[in-house]
Design a protein around this ligand. Structure first.
Ligand code: SME
Length: 163
């Protein structure tokens, strides 16, 4: 199987996410391995949109600690506590956080100084427990909006149906 990754950088976002979600679901058909799914999703989103950093922080101590991986991009911080930075805030509050300018987010954790804006989406399992958070960072200010939130939340619903 030689799957390709679509280039969605110039496609209007609602259509881009529909295409990406269809593509992802086709590739993950029959997959029940969460690490395989996370790796595949990180690769697809990262390369389809040309992001700076794209990946998961998994819950390793429920309510307390996130740990990096799988991801695409430069080195991510290894551990993030619930409540810390954008990722820890999304985990603690179980909600998507969109940051237009990371310098204006108190406590933002800088793993790569090129990161200017980001979106972080909670990933739930079948039981509704927090499995991970999905973090996407951009080199440009104000990259993410409601279309990204809706598209990525739909993409992450694969885990709630499967994991
Ligand atoms: N931006 C995140 C830290 C993780 S990295 O950017 C890979 C945050 O403030 O939570």
């Amino acid at each position: 199987m030689a799957e390709t990754i679509p280039d969605l950088r110039r496609v209007p976002k609602p259509r881009a996410y529909s295409e990406l979600i269809g593509h992802t679901e086709a590739i993950l058909d029959g997959v029940d391995d969460v690490v395989t799914a996370m790796s595949t999703v990180a690769s697809l989103v990262h390369h389809a949109f040309g992001h700076l950093w794209t990946g998961f922080y998994r819950v390793v101590v429920p309510g307390q600690l996130l740990r990096v991986g799988p991801y695409q991009g430069t080195l991510g911080c290894i551990d993030i506590a619930f409540g810390q930075g954008v990722c820890g805030t999304a985990a603690a509050e179980m909600r998507t956080v969109v940051v237009a300018d990371v310098e204006k987010f108190p406590g933002h954790i800088t793993c790569d100084s090129r990161s200017k804006s980001e979106i972080v989406v909670p990933v739930l399992d079948k039981k509704g427990d927090l499995l991970a958070i999905f973090d996407v960072d951009s080199e440009r200010l104000n990259t993410f909006d409601n279309d990204d939130q809706q598209g990525l939340e739909r993409l992450m619903s694969w885990f709630a149906a499967t994991a």
